[in-house]
Every structure is written in structure tokens, then in C-alpha cells.
Design a binder for this molecule. Structure first.
Ligand code: SF4
Ligand code: SF4
Length: 229
């Protein structure tokens, strides 16, 4: 969840889109092309004039990298904040930017392999803390761009298994992490205290394992895929 650090207001559009995307889901499965098309549809819908200004303004100074604890802790250039939203930037340049007619000639289209590569960067290597937003000398709000990246990944069935299991449970049962008997209608978010803390945790674990098995069957292991260009 992100907030505009200049105004202090929460990013309501992004929050609303996240909730709608997670709870109501949408089309799932399909061919690789269909999954990429859904991811692009999210980018097309969510990139507005302000995001466009952000994407046009980066001067590649690298200051946001110094603010990000993932980059600080590893020195890995892939953890540079603006890099975590690179497919969003590429999509914008090819499809929406003022020079798109030229950029299409040499900017590669977003592929499913790109999206798979960016899943751990967007979900596992960002806490949406907003430190990068604060330090950017161009005033670029990078964390909302990473938010768009996440929702595009979710549309392409690339939500992490744990999040997908929770989203499915909420959509199908209206609960989050199980529901405790005797507290009807109250979701058990803690999953630990009480007389019998295990059932909801076991249920979620089983759902996560099933999601991983399904995904493993559907897709070859990441290290067996050809490296993205
Ligand atoms: S700090 Fe801002 S201008 Fe500098 S690389 Fe990061 S996003 Fe681009
Ligand atoms: S919002 Fe994400 S990319 Fe930016 S500093 Fe925090 S963890 Fe790093």
C-alpha cells in the first residue's frame, strides 16, 4: 500500500485497483499470449498522465538505489527501484509515449518471460516502503509504478502462491486466512491464538501447496527456461 509522500494522501486509485483485482479476480489461465495481454491491459488502464510524467522524467541518477534496503543489502543492480517497474516503462514507451512510433522500432515488447523474471523483483524485493519516492530528485513516485507492475503480474497469473491462495479464499468463501467457529463472520487474521489455532493455517498451507503444484505442472522450472533477451 503506498501513499503520495508529497501530499501525504494514500494512493486510493492503486489501493482500490489492488482490492478489486485480488477479491474479484478476473480471467485466469489461457495461453501465454492471453496472459501477457491481460497484464498489458492492466498497464494500459492504470498508467495515467502523472505516471507518464514519472516515466518520462527519470534521469538515471541512481539515487533511488541508495534509498532501497534491498539494493543496499545486496548491491544487486536488479534491485534498483526504478528497474523493478521496467516492463511498465517499456510498455509505456512502446504503446503510449509521444515517441512510440519511433520506440516501437527498437524497444522489445513485453513477454511472459519478462513478467516471470520480474515477479520476484516486484513482489519479493519491495516492501512498498516509499523511501525511493522520498529521495528521487525528479519527484518520481516509484512505488506506485511498482504497484502497477504487481497488478499486471497478478493479471498474468503471476501472483505469488501464498497471495493467490488468500485471494481465492476471500473470493470463494468470503474469509481471510480461515474463520474461527463461534466467531461467525469474523475472519481469523492471527491464525494462532484460541482453542484450536491449527485448522485455518493447515487449510491455507494446503491451498498454497496445491497452487505451487498446479503452477509447476503448467510451467517448466524457471532455470529450464531460455534466458530472457
Ligand atoms: S532517483 Fe529518480 S531520477 Fe534517479 S534513477 Fe531513481 S527514479 Fe530515476
Ligand atoms: S518502495 Fe520498494 S523499491 Fe522503493 S525503497 Fe521501498 S522497498 Fe525499495
Amino acid at each position: 500500500m503506498s501513499a503520495n509522500v508529497h501530499t501525504g494522501r494514500p494512493d486510493l486509485g492503486g489501493i482500490r485497483a489492488s482490492i478489486q483485482g485480488l477479491v474479484h479476480g478476473g480471467a485466469r489461465g489461457g495461453s501465454d499470449e492471453a496472459r501477457v495481454a491481460r497484464a498489458k491491459a492492466v498497464m494500459l488502464r492504470e498508467i495515467d498522465g502523472q505516471h507518464a510524467m514519472y516515466l518520462e522524467s527519470c534521469i538515471r541518477c541512481g539515487m533511488c538505489a541508495e534509498a532501497c534496503h534491498f539494493y543496499q543489502g545486496t548491491g544487486n543492480a536488479e534491485y534498483t527501484p526504478i528497474h523493478k517497474a521496467e516492463p511498465v516503462k517499456r510498455f509505456y514507451r512502446r504503446e503510449l509515449g509521444p515517441m512510440r512510433w519511433l520506440r516501437r522500432l527498437y524497444t522489445p515488447d513485453v513477454t511472459l518471460q519478462d513478467l516471470e523474471k520480474w515477479q520476484p523483483l516486484a513482489y519479493d524485493a519491495c516492501t512498498e516502503c516509499g523511501r525511493c519516492d522520498l529521495i528521487c530528485p525528479m519527484g518520481i513516485q516509484i512505488s506506485p509504478l511498482i504497484g502497477i507492475m504487481r497488478r499486471a503480474l497478478a493479471a498474468a497469473d503471476l501472483l505469488p502462491a501464498e497471495l493467490q491462495a488468500v485471494a481465492d479464499e476471500q473470493r470463494e468463501k468470503g474469509t481471510v486466512l480461515g474463520e474461527r467457529g463461534g466467531r461467525e463472520g469474523v475472519p481469523d487474521l492471527a491464525g494462532g491464538a484460541g482453542d484450536d489455532p491449527e485448522p485455518c493455517g493447515r487449510e491455507l498451507d494446503a491451498a498454497v501447496r496445491q497452487r505451487r503444484t498446479d503452477r509447476h505442472r503448467r510451467e517448466p522450472a524457471r532455470d529450464q527456461r531460455p534466458a530472457p533477451r
